[in-house]
Ligand binder design. Structure first.
Ligand SMILES: *Cc1c(COP(=O)(O)O)cnc(C)c1O
Length: 339
C-alpha cells in the first residue's frame, strides 16, 4: 500500500483487479465477479438502490437497528415507496412476521435486509428470510452485508440474493475506501431497464470495466492493493478456518463477559460473529468506560447507538483478531468496571 500507485489503466493494475475479483467470489458465494466502487459501505447501499429501484416502486425495508434504518432512508431519499417493518433492537427478524407483511402489504418490487446488524450485534437468518421472500413474491433481495462478508458464510447464488454490499474496512481488513458489490443476473437485468438516474455508481458501466480488468474511473488504488494483501491472508488461513475463528471468538467473548458478571445484549443463537454488544451496570456510563479503556488499557470499543448509547459497549472482532486480543479486552473491561 505504501508504494507509488500504478496507473489504473496499466497492465499491472489489470492483473490485480482480475485476481482480486476472482478471489472475492467465494466470500460472496457469487458467480459474477463483484464490482469495486470507490466509496464507503453507505455509498454501496446507495448504489444498490439506484440501480435496481425506480422512484415510486414499492420496497419492504426490514429494520432492526441503525443500519436497517439507514437502508430504508436511502430508498426513501430516492423516491421509493417504502413500507417499514420495524423490529425491536436486539432481536433477529422473525420469519413468520416477515411472511405476514409480505402477504398483507405486498407485492413488493424489492426487500431490503441487513445481514449483520452492527448496531445491535445480531446476525439475521438471511438464508431463511430469502427462502420466504422467494416463496411469497418475486421481489428482488438487496442485502447490507457490510459487517459480515469475509467473517461468516454468504452464499448469494444458492440463497437467491440479488445484491450483496460490503466494504473494504470491515472483515476485509483493509482501510476504508472501497465498496464491494456483488450483483446477480436478475439485478443486472433490472438495472439495464430501471432504477434512478445515476452515473458514477452505475452497475453496468462498472461491470464492463471490471471485465476489462479496471474500474470505471480512478479508484482508491492503494486500498485495492491492501485488499489484495488481505485476501492473501484469508486464503493462507483458509476461508472455512476464518469463519471458524470468528465463531470461536464470539463464543469465548460472550463466555468471558458473562464470567465477568456482565450481560450480553442478544441471545447466543443470533449472536453476531463480528460484533458483541454488552450491557454495562447502571453506574458505569459507556462514554466514561470507553474513555478509560482507551487511555488506561489501549482498548478502543464502540458505544451503543440510539437509546443504548450509555448502556452498551460494542466489541468489534472481525478480521485479524485472536482469542488473546479478546481476552485482553475482557480483562481490561473487568478492571474498569470494578473500580
Ligand atoms: C459499517 C457499516 C455500514 C456503513 O459503512 P460506511 O463504510 O461507514 O458507509 C453499513 N452497514 C453496516 C451493517 C455496517 O456495519
Amino acid at each position: 500500500m505504501t508504494r507509488q500507485p500504478m496507473g489504473h489503466r496499466s497492465d499491472e493494475f489489470r492483473v490485480y483487479i482480475q485476481r482480486i475479483v476472482t478471489r472475492l467470489l467465494p466470500l460472496f458465494g457469487a458467480s459474477i465477479p463483484p464490482m469495486l466502487f470507490t466509496t464507503s459501505g453507505t455509498g454501496g447501499l446507495e448504489a444498490s438502490i439506484i440501480n435496481t429501484v425506480k422512484p415510486g416502486q414499492k420496497v419492504l425495508a426490514v429494520r432492526a437497528g441503525m443500519f436497517g434504518d439507514r437502508f430504508a432512508e436511502i430508498a426513501r431519499t430516492f423516491g421509493a415507496d417504502v413500507y417499514d417493518l420495524n423490529l425491536p433492537w436486539g432481536q433477529a427478524v422473525d420469519p413468520d412476521e416477515l411472511r405476514k407483511h409480505l402477504r398483507s402489504a405486498g407485492p413488493f418490487h424489492a426487500v431490503l435486509l441487513t445481514h449483520n446488524e452492527s448496531s445491535t450485534g445480531v446476525l439475521h437468518p438471511i438464508e431463511e428470510l430469502a427462502r420466504i421472500i422467494h416463496k411469497e413474491s418475486n421481489a428482488l433481495i438487496l442485502v447490507d452485508a457490510v459487517s459480515s462478508v469475509g467473517a461468516t458464510p454468504m452464499r448469494m447464488d444458492d440463497w437467491g440474493i440479488d445484491v450483496v454490499v460490503t466494504a473494504s474496512q470491515k472483515a476485509l481488513m483493509s482501510p476504508p475506501g472501497i465498496a464491494v458489490i456483488a450483483a446477480g443476473r436478475r439485478a443486472f437485468e433490472v438495472a439495464a431497464v430501471s432504477g434512478s438516474r445515476r452515473f458514477f455508481l452505475d452497475f453496468h458501466r462498472m461491470k464492463a470495466a471490471i471485465e476489462d480488468g479496471t474500474t470505471t474511473y480512478t479508484p482508491a488504488i492503494s486500498v485495492i492493493l491492501g485488499m489484495d494483501a488481505a485476501l492473501s491472508l484469508i486464503e493462507k488461513e483458509g476461508l472455512e478456518n476464518v469463519y471458524r475463528r470468528h465463531s470461536n471468538i464470539v463464543r469465548k467473548c460472550r463466555r468471558g463477559l458473562t464470567d465477568a458478571g456482565l450481560e450480553c445484549f442478544v441471545n447466543d443463537s443470533i449472536a453476531s460473529p463480528t460484533i458483541t454488544s454488552v450491557l454495562l451496570p447502571m453506574d458505569h456510563p459507556a462514554t466514561l468506560v470507553r474513555k478509560q479503556l482507551e487511555t488506561e488499557h489501549g482498548v478502543l470499543l464502540s458505544q451503543g447507538r440510539g437509546d443504548w448509547k450509555e448502556r452498551m459497549l460494542r466489541i468489534g472482532h472481525m478480521g485479524n483478531v485472536t482469542v488473546e486480543d479478546i481476552n485482553h479486552v475482557i480483562v481490561a473491561l473487568g478492571q474498569v468496571i470494578s473500580k
